[in-house]
Structure formats: structure tokens, C-alpha cells
Design a protein around this ligand. Structure first.
Ligand code: SAM
Length: 347
């Protein structure tokens, strides 16, 4: 099979064997890449038109009990600036977002032991009471099944938990013990079984990741069938063990977005902040390669710079609520439009 046949096959079968995907990722020509993006954009339009869904990202805590080798807010980074938002600060962020037309709020944070269910449940209830027309997404890492269930019963609709890699051996190169790939995957299945709309995801270009691993990512998504998939390039952080490692590339990240769109046409795919931090215009390139979600930052401006997962993480201007009007305009320029809607997954 040549590359164009591989893309055609994937578009018509929503499946391509991992060996063929690996081939496709190996030195593709510019024409091949453009063809892949065009096919992915066409499939995305078939299901989601030119709508771009907006999520307001509220980074509620930079404390974390974990020591992921790649992450700037890892426990072992003694230079990381730590903060956690109060219930009032989080509700104020939602209020600001609602006024700007946001209908999904994403509470994300490190695995901060402060956020027990006793803290989270009243917070979830308060947000859902004030904004019953909005979806609430949690992205707070690994918790017990009981905790996931309690948060769901309190009103949380969605949960984002990137699995980080579908390869358990590679997982160990990115995370020390006691973190475990098996536990992370178990969490994903529990979330789905409880009834959340579930997002998994991974970084592109992490140290040690191979093209075979990337092909396995597509196979994992095909098997797990998530409602959303968050992917972005790995970007190094200077205070982590991976400080000297190279970043993932724009091309490879965009190719993965397009491959995922063709494999799971109905899934939600964000064009992430990491993509835009890697290259100006990365967000628009992501949308043109099949992404259909953006996640501007709603955190209070004074803490935004403290949630440094990687060096130079963008958190002002077009990345944030203040720049939303300009961002909307930029998205219009490429033929798409942001919408005031919860933006539930068709998956
Ligand atoms: N603690 C929660 C969890 O583990 O899912 C959510 C917060 S965690 C910081 C969110 C995501 O940031 C991770 O899943 C990871 O993929 C991404 N991330 C962390 N460090 C990164 C880096 N250096 N480059 C790119 N993405 C990174």
C-alpha cells in the first residue's frame, strides 16, 4: 500500500493496522501530510461542521503528590510555585467564563491531597447549581472508584485522564513507582463504566517514544473509544529530569490528530495550549488537521504563571479569556467558528 492508499483505507474503514500507521509516520512527503489533513478535516466537517467548542480551563491547584519525570509541577520540583484556588475563586472564574459564552468548565490540577471528596462535592454542586446548562469536566488525576462515583453523583459530567502512553514499558520511562500504567488504565475504564464522558490522551514526542508506540496510540483509542482525546507535544521543563530532552514536533502532533480523527470521527479533539506554545499558529493548524475544541484559560491571572507544566507555557493573550474576542476572530479567519454550547461528544 502506498501512503495515499493507506489514508483512503483509514478514512473508509476507520481502521488501519498499526504496522501501516507506522509506515505512514515514517518520512511522509509534504503532499501525503496535506492529503491526510484534508481527509481528516473533511471527516470532522461531516460530523461537527465548522463548529469549534470552547472549554474554560481552571487550573485549581499546582500541588501534586506525583513525580512524573516530564512535568514541571512534579512533587520533586522544589522551585515550582504552589497555589490552590478557593471555592470562591473557582466560582468567580466560572462566572467570568459564562459571561463570555463558555458552557463547559474544566477543573484541572495536580493530584493535590487537599481536594478530598469533602472539598470537591460541594464545589461541584455549587457550579452545577449556578450553571445547570453547563458541562463540568474534572481532570484531577487518579482517584478511587468511590471518589469518581461521588463526584459523578454530585453532578460532574466528564473526566479527562490522559493515559500518557499505551505502552506499559514506555510508561515506566516516564513515571517512577509507585505510579502504575495498569492503575491508570483501570481508572479510565472505571470512569467510563460510571457514566462519565471520558477523555484519555498522550504526549507526542516524549523521550523514548517510537513510531511504533504512536501507532499503538491509535490502536488504543480505537479499542477504548473515548469521548475525547487530549494530545499535545511533549515540551521540556527546565526543573525536571527531562530538562535536556527534545520537544515533540508540530508535524507529528498534527499527523496524530488527523489519524485519530479518521479512526474515531465522532470523538472530540482539542487543539491544545502545548501545540500553540510549540509553534505560533499551532492551534489553527490543529483545527485544520481535524481538532474541534479549544480550551482558553479561565484561572485568575495572578496564578496562571504558576501552573508551569513545561517551559514558556502560554497563559496570557489569546490563551486566556482576555484574548477570547481576538481568538474567535482568528478562528473565523480559517473558516471555522466558536459556538456557545456544551459541545457534547457524538462518540
Ligand atoms: N493531575 C492530572 C492528571 O494526572 O491527569 C491533571 C494535570 S496533568 C499536569 C495534565 C497533563 O499535562 C498530563 O496528563 C500531561 O500529559 C500534560 N503535561 C505535563 N507535563 C507536560 C510537558 N512537559 N509537556 C507537555 N505536556 C505535559
Amino acid at each position: 500500500m502506498d501512503n495515499w492508499n493507506r489514508i483512503d483505507w483509514l478514512a473508509s474503514h476507520q481502521h488501519l493496522p498499526p504496522e501501516e500507521i507506522e509506515q505512514l509516520l515514517t518520512d511522509p512527503s509534504e503532499d501525503t501530510i496535506q492529503y491526510l489533513f484534508n481527509r481528516a478535516a473533511a471527516v470532522r466537517k461531516q460530523y461537527y461542521g465548522t463548529d469549534v467548542y470552547v472549554r474554560g480551563l481552571i487550573e485549581i491547584s499546582s500541588y501534586c503528590r506525583n513525580n512524573c519525570y516530564y512535568c514541571g509541577i512534579r512533587k520533586g520540583n522544589t522551585k515550582a510555585q504552589r497555589y490552590r484556588l478557593s471555592k470562591e475563586e473557582i466560582l468567580l472564574a466560572c462566572r467570568n467564563g459564562y459571561k463570555s459564552g463558555f458552557r463547559t468548565f474544566v477543573l484541572q490540577g495536580g493530584e493535590d491531597p487537599y481536594f478530598t471528596d469533602l472539598q470537591l462535592i460541594p464545589l461541584i454542586q455549587a457550579i452545577k447549581k449556578e450553571y445547570p446548562d453547563c458541562a463540568l469536566t474534572l481532570s484531577l488525576g487518579e482517584r478511587s472508584r468511590d471518589s469518581y462515583l461521588a463526584c459523578f453523583q454530585a453532578g460532574a459530567d466528564r473526566y479527562l485522564l490522559r493515559h500518557e502512553t499505551a505502552n506499559p514499558i514506555h510508561y515506566r520511562q516516564l513515571h517512577p513507582t509507585p505510579m502504575s500504567w495498569e492503575h491508570r488504565i483501570q481508572c479510565l475504564y472505571q470512569l467510563k463504566e460510571i457514566g462519565y464522558q471520558v477523555g484519555c490522551g498522550f504526549m507526542v514526542g516524549t523521550p523514548g517514544q517510537t513510531k511504533k508506540d504512536l501507532a499503538q496510540e491509535v490502536a488504543f483509542a480505537e479499542e477504548f473509544r473515548p469521548h475525547m482525546i487530549g494530545i499535545g507535544p511533549f515540551l521540556p521543563h527546565s526543573q525536571t529530569p527531562f530538562a535536556q530532552k527534545s520537544a515533540g514536533t508540530l508535524q507529528q502532533t498534527l499527523m496524530l490528530l488527523a489519524l485519530l480523527r479518521l479512526t474515531l470521527p465522532k470523538t472530540l479533539l482539542p487543539a491544545t495550549t502545548a501545540l500553540n506554545t510549540l509553534t505560533p499558529g499551532g492551534r489553527e493548524a490543529g483545527i485544520l488537521a481535524g481538532a474541534n475544541v479549544i480550551m482558553p484559560n479561565l484561572s485568575p491571572p495572578e496564578v496562571r504563571g504558576k501552573y508551569q507544566l513545561y517551559d514558556n507555557k502560554l497563559s496570557v493573550g489569546l490563551e486566556a479569556i482576555e484574548g477570547f474576542a481576538i481568538l474567535k476572530e482568528q478562528i473565523k479567519q480559517i473558516g471555522y467558528q466558536t459556538v456557545v454550547a456544551r459541545g457534547d461528544s457524538l462518540q
